[in-house]
Design a protein around this ligand. Sequence first.
Ligand code: CAA
Length: 379
Amino acid sequence: MDFSLTEEQKLIQQAARDFAQNELLPGVIDRDEKQEFPKQEVQKMAELGFLGMMVDPKYGGSGLDTLSYVLVMEELSKVDASSSVIVSVNNSLVCWGLENFGTEEQKEKYLTRLATGEIIGAFCLSEPEAGSDATSQKTTAIDKGDHYVLNGTKNWITNGGTAGVYLVIAQTDKEKKHRGINALIVEKGTPGFEIGPKENKLGIRGSDTHSLIFNDVKVPKENRIGDDGFGFKFAMKTLSGGRIGIAAQALGIAAGAYELALKYSKERKAFGTEISNHQAIAFKLADMHTSIQAARLLVYQAAKDKDNGSNYDVSGAMAKLYASKVAMETAIEAVQIHGGNGFVKDYHVERLMRDAKITQIYEGTSEIQKIVISRSILK
Ligand code: CAA
């Protein structure tokens, strides 16, 4: 296992670090408070090529490997997880799904615009009664010959209000259960497609999360991804890679909280010395540093598995399970090290603590990751 970075990967990592410090950090508290989508920042990330990182340059992407993408996710997430989830969904769920399973026409029509960031995408699987139990789709896509008619509601959709293109998972043939599910490309503005209210969230408040309502929405058959009935497999295969992106986000949140706590502990004095000189604080820092490095190795391993063409369903699940736990625990300890200041918005760690929680929930809860991992051990 060699995780030494190439010169190109180091440059990409530095570019993301600089961007996060110079462009994301200044407005991050304000955007969090106002639940404001980082519109200009997303535009700048598009210019840096962060929205279509792994996409072939012939479709407007940067043609990079998964490890480079993970490095960018980590750096962005140290500062602003609301911005990094936009990057993650667009890259891993929307662009990757279209590039790997879309037709040439779909790629030309949609992928190029998504990879360059002209538009962003949303991935629509979850429903009011189908979150973890993703095969229980109630949204229907009824086959009408040359088109489908889509009806139903999707919930908690990242980029829900701002996306231009939505990949919607829906049940066509109930009898066939998960083998009767399809994935359809739906454009914003299609008649009958309404964007529901924006959610008022605990964390990642800069990302816009909406419910979506489909009332007799006509979707041309050429907008189906893959063969009839491929929709659930499409969602699972896409989410396997998405989980690596969210694992990298969790790693970044943990590393960001740790770096702030380390700096603060060397500046803040109590009982006549910097608090880092007290073993109670030094041991917390030692634990944080160790678990972050362990999470990093799991995340990089999953990225390497994907780049090497190995199976990454389980390594991605393990990376997400562990990194999200480390993110939550590290952010809580970072608040503790900051004491009263940790409870104040200006010091950033309270926001990182709120942002950390979602990494244990979206793209498969920690319990779902344990299902994936335990099934692979026990089969
Ligand atoms: N790749 C390919 N196919 C897969 C797969 C994978 N990784 N995982 C499962 N499948 C296939 C199975 O082979 C099976 O197909 P066949 O019967 O044809 O062989 C089919 O999918 C059903 O699999 P299971 O029998 O294992 O299904 P299950 O009902 O037991 O559920 C589950 C499996 C892993 C729990 C799945 O439901 C799951 O992942 N749930 C969580 C959903 C999730 O992650 N939601 C996140 C929402 S998206 C989001 O958060 C994005 C965002 O905005 C940030």
